[in-house]
Design a protein around this ligand. Sequence first.
Ligand code: SAH
Length: 337
Amino acid sequence: MQDLYDLTLEEMKTYVTGLGEKPFRAGQVYRWLYQGVSDFGQMRNVPQALRARLEEEALIGSLTILKKQSASDGTRKYLFRLADGNTIESVFMRYSYGNSLCVSSQAGCRMGCRFCASQMKGLARNLTAGEILGQLKRAQADTGEKVDHIVVMGSGEPFDNYAELARFLTIVHEKEGLNLSRRNITVSTCGLVPGIERFGKEFPQVNLAISLHAPSDEIRQTMMPVNRRYPLAEVVAAAKKHAEMTGRRVTFEYALVNGVNDRDEDARALIRLLSGLLCHVNLIPLNKVEGTGFDTVSRARAYEFMELLTKGGIPATVRRELGAEIDAACGQLRLNG
Ligand code: SAH
């Protein structure tokens, strides 16, 4: 079965002409898809024969909602089943500036960050572009609300699945489709340098976030195995190049871990590391994950750390905590629910 969410408009043209139809039918089908119809019968201007054909061999998204949890702050966490039985999670959040959806890019993850729940069972598989997009379409249908911002910060490492991430970024931006502005999308990476470089060239308008979490190799190594492959200096150099090339501010995520990276000297080292770089540091008091041995800090300590950074000339904020009561916060999404 062909998941139609997997197709760019160009590919949809190839697909419908392959079924013996005129290319302009592709635009019609595409517009219906992204207006949110859930079955082919609703595609009124599409000929009956084509609708019947699509019914037989195509799908409008392949995800089903297995479970949904709502928090009092409006956050909703979805557990989706993929066609092959794997499961992934997405988180819908309400902010003053609109609705945001945190999507997964892989089922599981193989990056092995020690403080994160998503990597505990390793990588099951990459998601297709249609499965990434499907999370958005299903969340919109379920909430009845439009998603204005997408953050690719759910389970998985997006640059470990670059090809499908790139297709997803193309499909969401199609004029005949969702037509979502690239500036409303943020992709977060643990620091795969070749991915950062390619992404900057191919998608300069999409926001880049980098999970830094430490001001030195020594500390970062204890938290993130990926640091052995791409040490801090290379990651920061790639970020700097990215900011200069795109003119856009890079976000650094920094999960504060008690006694590991939250000391005053860590703030000072971070200031030295990032000074002169067009960036913003997003501080997140570590969300607790059982069995990792890492401990969180108080919000008060997070604000002190923020003060140190801002006084040192590095813009920083403490991330609002959403969805913790339903384990929907960063690093709490796991494979197999
Ligand atoms: N693989 C990508 C995107 C997914 S993780 C990346 O590493 O950026 C999204 C963010 O949540 C990352 O910054 C990640 O490091 C952070 N994170 C993971 N576990 C966390 C935890 N327990 N507490 C707070 N943040 C966490």
